[in-house]
Design a protein. Structure first.
Length: 230
């Protein structure tokens, strides 16, 4: 956050560069900044793994240039949409080079905001539209997500889910993570059980042997995508 594109300021590429020295964890940088084309090299040099920029902060030509630079550096490109922003037509022309589409479920700029429930319909429609255009990347949901709405966000098509205040908003961070992971696992299990039923696979024994579900995930992925299109 740069204090211009959004009201607040957070850390920049120098912080990411310093953190990169102490961990090999993947860094997913969501740039809520003006004129990202003038700053993108700083985040490339900081060795981010995923870099997403906002469609509101660039045009097609700028996005194309940014994408080319990211891909050349081996970084996954992403695009982000504010709650009231529709996908510009030019984004569909670039889908084969975009790994992440972020659908904001709050207006960016402040932590701790309440989830905007109307964005669930938007996520669902975007998910359907992207799959119809043979999109192979991931939809990411960001903003106001916690254990009470994670299942809904998953059902709307999001497969990368950002949680800020739901993790750090209380002292017991470990418990918060456990609750979110449990909700994510339940969402996945329900999805796989529904797909298994649709394929005529017995599900009574699956419910007592949950470790079977994960190996089935790859087998059922195609069915998942077809289901999303429908």
């Amino acid at each position: 956050m740069d204090g211009h594109f959004v009201p607040n300021r957070t850390f920049f590429s120098d912080t990411i560069k310093n953190l990169r020295r102490i961990t090999s964890l993947p860094f997913d940088a969501h740039l809520m900044i003006e004129e990202p084309i003038h700053h993108i090299q700083d985040y490339i040099d900081a060795r981010c793994d995923i870099i997403s920029i906002h469609v509101e902060a660039c045009n097609k030509n700028e996005f194309t240039e940014i994408n080319e630079r990211l891909l050349k550096a081996g970084i996954s490109p992403g695009i982000a949409l504010n709650p009231d922003t529709a996908i510009p037509p030019w984004v569909y022309e670039c889908l084969d080079t975009i790994d992440v589409v972020i659908v904001m479920s709050v207006n960016p700029g402040f932590a701790g905001q309440k989830f905007i429930h109307e964005t669930l319909y938007k996520m669902t429609e975007i998910s359907k539209s992207l799959r119809q255009h043979n999109y192979r990347g991931y939809i990411e949901a960001d903003g106001g997500i916690d254990a009470t709405n994670l299942q809904q966000v998953f059902d709307a098509g999001a497969r990368i889910i950002v949680a800020g205040s739901a993790v750090y908003g209380s002292a017991d961070i470990n418990l918060n993570l456990i609750q979110l992971r449990h909700k994510a696992n339940v969402a996945l299990e329900r999805k796989l059980l529904d797909l298994a039923t649709a394929k005529g696979i017995r599900t009574d024994w699956m419910k007592t042997r949950k470790h079977i579900l994960i190996p089935l995930a790859n087998e059922l992925r195609v069915e998942d995508e077809l289901h999303a299109i429908k």
